[in-house]
Design a protein around this ligand. Structure first.
Ligand SMILES: [Zn+2]
Length: 261
């Protein structure tokens, strides 16, 4: 045994110079830019993107209605979400936008975690408590929950960003940076020609709410963005077009970059 180990060690030692030379040669001749993540603006950053709902939620009423912890009270595990008048579901819209956001953030060097990994009729959840805690154990820099609204009020359109209040012991620790994240996301969407909500959030596009598990259970800065009103025919046209969804994604990424500096 000892002799075999000694032989193995000799082999390793003998191989070391060759390995080093190979690495050096590979670096010198590699046509790709060297280690792009070092110069990437979001290198080392961790972002959780939470696409609201799940396409199959309506098929699982018992599971979806189960009460879960929501920050001092309980809420149903999840809801079905809204849709355009033409039947394009919120779950699908926010899934598509969130995937674009994740791709762009990864391209900038960030590590991105999504809270769901499919958009399927035979899937449900996760529950809002799981979404709320999604950034905590991984020390995320922020968590962005992506939704769209469904208001039948006449002329209702525009986005709003929901941020948690100063409420101990739940969100007292995150309400300040979350408010700054809300302003950043608002700025990013405004920069990409989206308008603030005409029908809610006091007209400034930022709402403060204490009733959302997705915000209450987070220990990292978090906001929920309602990208627009899916029941508005004009906004539905933007949401159902690939170019419109790409513009939403650029607005959200711009907001994340503002926040992360
Ligand atoms: Zn929603």
């Amino acid at each position: 045994m000892l002799r075999r180990a000694a032989v193995a060690l000799l082999v390793v030692v003998a191989a070391l110079p060759a390995i080093s030379e190979d690495v050096a040669v590979a670096d010198a001749t590699d046509p790709r830019p060297a280690r792009p993540q070092i110069s990437a603006p979001l290198a080392g950053r961790v972002v959780v993107v939470d696409p609201g709902h799940q396409l199959g939620n309506r098929h699982f009423p018992r599971r979806i209605n189960r009460p879960v912890p929501a920050g001092g009270f309980t809420k149903p595990c999840n809801t079905t979400g809204t849709a355009t008048d033409g039947g394009y579901p919120e779950a699908t819209f926010v899934w598509q936008v969130s995937r674009l956001v994740a791709t762009r953030l990864r391209g900038l060097g960030a590590t991105v975690r999504l809270t769901r990994h499919s958009n399927r009729q035979d899937r449900w959840g996760p529950c809002v408590d799981v979404r709320g805690r999604a950034g905590n154990s991984i020390g995320a820099d922020l968590k962005l929950s992506v939704h769209a609204d469904g208001s039948y009020a006449a002329g209702a359109r525009g986005f709003h960003v929901i941020t948690p209040p100063d409420r101990a012991p739940w969100t007292a620790d995150i309400h300040r940076p979350s408010r700054r994240l809300a302003s950043s996301v608002k700025g990013g969407l405004l920069d990409h020609r989206f308008g603030v909500a005409t029908y809610t959030a006091g007209g400034d596009g930022i709402d403060v709410r204490s009733d959302l598990a997705t915000l209450n259970l987070s220990d990292v800065p978090t906001v929920m963005v309602e990208l627009g009103n899916m029941r508005s025919a004009a906004e539905a046209r933007v949401m159902t077009s690939p170019a419109g969804r790409a513009r939403y994604a650029r607005g959200l990424v711009s907001g994340v970059r503002r926040f992360l500096g």
